[in-house]
Design a protein around this ligand. Structure first.
Ligand SMILES: CC(C)(COP(=O)(O)OP(=O)(O)OC[C@H]1O[C@@H](n2cnc3c(N)ncnc32)[C@H](O)[C@@H]1OP(=O)(O)O)[C@@H](O)C(=O)NCCC(=O)NCCS
Length: 243
């Protein structure tokens, strides 16, 4: 899915606000408080000296329209924007190895249908994808004992129903995920356009911020961290012990 220009503008405005609040350079705020680095396909080490990031930052000083420059830069990078840490995807889901014993679940809309990938109608498809994904884990990642996830999505009953109850019940508010779509994704609809109600709420909260320490609370939904033993997933998706 190609994200809309508005999604970048929203984050750009936030980075400018943060730069003013914390008296930091805008390029630093763009690195630490937006999802740009990942969207440019630069993985997750957030290296301010990465040559592609430097190219982007250098361009900021040469343009009269930062949003336009940012979006053009994103579109040019988008073909390479998948991180190599994630294994082949199963529809909307993928996993990455956090370490030898732990898998981390990721979600993105990989559907081209008009309906929401989280709709009840598409639930069987989501469950089939997860069954396939965890079958792959069982076959190829025998040391795995734990599954983790972090996302705003764990607030949604429509997402929760894809996972074992123990995993959902473990939810705790995570540290603010300013660099990740696990926080910013709440402003997107399935087409990559902005969800206007959520954006309005965000801007209102941001304008009323009384204390910079409460910056994370400007986001209507916080990212939640979840975790459960792998056995709970094998049971939930009906994956046989000898699979
Ligand atoms: C997840 C995603 C596909 C949902 O978009 P969508 O399909 O257009 O969403 P819909 O409006 O059809 O809503 C689907 C359900 O989620 C709920 N929902 C969606 N966004 C919401 C939000 N920001 N706040 C509250 N509820 C929300 C809806 O109320 C609906 O619930 P219901 O079926 O119980 O009524 C879209 O937000 C997305 O692609 N986000 C980016 C991916 C992402 O965030 N990944 C996280 C990586 S960790």
């Amino acid at each position: 899915m190609v994200y809309s220009r508005d999604f970048f503008e929203l984050q750009l405005d936030f980075a400018r606000t943060v730069a003013a609040l914390f008296e930091m350079p805008v390029d630093r705020a763009l690195l630490d408080y937006t999802n740009f680095y990942i969207r440019f396909g630069l993985a997750r080490d957030f290296d301010p000296c990465h040559p592609v990031w430097r190219l982007y930052v250098d361009g900021l000083t040469r343009t009269s329209d930062i949003c336009d420059w940012t979006y053009r830069f994103y579109l040019a990078q988008v073909a390479d924007s998948r991180t190599s840490a994630t294994v082949p995807e199963t529809g909307c889901f993928s996993y990455a190895m956090q370490d030898a014993e732990c898998v981390r679940i990721h979600f993105r809309n990989a559907e081209s249908t008009a309906t929401s990938p989280l709709s009840r109608e598409r639930l069987p498809a989501r469950l089939a994808e997860l069954r396939s994904l965890f079958g792959d884990v069982k076959r190829n990642r025998q040391l795995v004992t734990r599954v983790v996830g972090t996302s705003w999505l764990y607030h949604l009953p429509a997402y929760q129903r894809c996972f074992p109850a123990a995993y959902v019940a473990s939810a705790r508010v995570a540290q603010p995920r300013y660099r990740h779509v696990s926080l910013w994704g709440q402003f997107l609809d399935r087409h990559g356009s902005l969800r206007l109600g959520a954006v309005q709420d965000f801007k209102k909260r941001l304008s009323k911020l009384a204390n910079v320490r409460d910056l994370a609370l400007a986001f209507p939904l916080q990212a939640l961290a979840v975790e459960a033993p792998i056995a709970a997933f094998y049971t939930f998706y009906g994956i046989q012990p000898d699979c």
